[in-house]
Design a protein around this ligand. Structure first.
Ligand SMILES: NC(=O)c1ccc[n+]([C@@H]2O[C@H](COP(=O)([O-])OP(=O)(O)OC[C@H]3O[C@@H](n4cnc5c(N)ncnc54)[C@H](OP(=O)(O)O)[C@@H]3O)[C@@H](O)[C@H]2O)c1
Length: 318
């Protein structure tokens, strides 16, 4: 059996990680994910332990997840853990933050909630803002110089915005480590909008968020079985889409069977891991989900299987 790479470097930094991380948006978020209803602090603590026991060390959070609760939970878990962990968090360019200097206060607040003196990867959460991109990159470079941050990244940036961010940081001697964007078999936009190509040209890691299409690619949802809460009313969970993805789930199952019974979700994550320079960060609400997602590591789809999955999901290349 072909094996996936054991570790990858984050861009051209010296930070390394298994080629799979964990997203902690649902850890403390009740509004979208229903934290406190069906899963809670004990479950996410077990998800953390199951992940680190599987060799996963990269955990992604943000100041806005659960209004800071995700950072608090993750920080407590990291401080209790003996495993070395890379924390990635994000600055939110909220409309009332009118100066790039606001990054400094937001970063200090994130460090405090996390209870650590340094964040491994600090990212700008989205580009739509009155704040000038160049000023934000200068503020990120300042944070590196002050030792509060080891590496910096962006999120939801276009190819052109990445080029500009990369150029400003390069003048300060700081590499742009990552661009975190929506990427999965059901969201292949980065392949056609220049972001994946630009990541490879600039040696920037593409961190793939919602890599399981918010649970759809696990195959557990269908027209008769929708998630609870807000998600069931969103477009991906509309009946027409649930029907359109049925052949994709069937193919994921068939391919998984040929790899000793890998699940649709594990195959979908492995497809991303097989893309050069891509780091998927699936969310996990409990130990069972975390262990299952970790089962995407340590093996690899064949080139023919990758191609078959690419062809079966070509409608999502837009
Ligand atoms: N930068 C950004 O703008 C941005 C945007 C979105 C997300 N993100 C980041 O990306 C991370 C992951 O994205 P995401 O949470 O949106 O979506 P995702 O990883 O595609 O899906 C996560 C959800 O799928 C279900 N699931 C996960 N593993 C499973 C398994 N093994 N078996 C069955 N169900 C499973 C769980 O929900 P249920 O059990 O309820 O189905 C889980 O909460 C986030 O946590 C966050 O860190 C970033």
């Amino acid at each position: 059996m072909t094996l996936t790479r054991e570790t990858i470097m984050l861009g051209s930094t010296n930070l390394h990680t298994a080629p799979l991380g964990v997203g902690a948006w649902s850890w403390g978020d009740s509004g979208f994910w229903g934290y406190g209803k069906g899963y809670g602090q004990h479950d996410v603590a077990e998800a953390f332990v199951a992940s680190t026991n599987s060799g996963i060390t990269f955990f992604d959070t943000a100041e806005v997840y659960g209004n800071g609760t995700s950072e608090r939970i993750l920080g407590e878990l990291v401080r209790k853990s003996r495993s070395p962990v890379l924390i990635a968090s994000k600055f939110a360019p909220l409309p009332w933050r009118l100066s790039p200097r606001s990054l400094r206060g937001a970063l200090d607040a994130s460090l405090k909630r996390l209870g650590v003196s340094q964040i491994a990867l600090y990212q700008i959460h989205w580009p739509y803002t009155l704040l000038p991109l160049e000023g934000l990159m200068e503020a990120l470079a300042d944070a590196v110089a002050e030792g509060k941050v080891q590496a910096v990244g962006v999120s939801n940036y276009s190819a052109e915005q990445m080029q500009r961010a990369h150029a400003v940081l390069a003048r300060r001697g700081v590499p742009l480590a990552s661009n975190q964007v929506h990427y999965s078999l059901l969201k292949r936009t980065p392949e056609v909008n220049g972001v994946l190509d630009t990541c490879r040209q600039l040696n920037v890691t593409l961190i793939a968020y919602s890599p399981l299409a918010q649970g759809l690619l696990t195959g557990k949802y269908n027209a008769g079985q929708k998630p609870e809460g807000v998600r069931r009313f969103t477009q991906p969970f509309a009946e027409s889409n649930l029907r359109a993805i049925e052949p994709v789930i069937t193919l994921l199952r068939e391919i998984g069977e040929g790899h000793g019974g890998k699940s649709p979700g594990q195959v979908a994550l492995n497809w991303l891991i097989c893309q050069e320079g891509v780091l998927p960060i699936p969310g996990a609400k409990n130990a069972r989900q975390a262990s299952s997602n970790a089962g995407a590591l340590g093996w690899a789809l064949t080139a023919a299987e990758q191609q078959a999955l690419g062809e079966a999901t070509s409608a999502w290349c837009k």
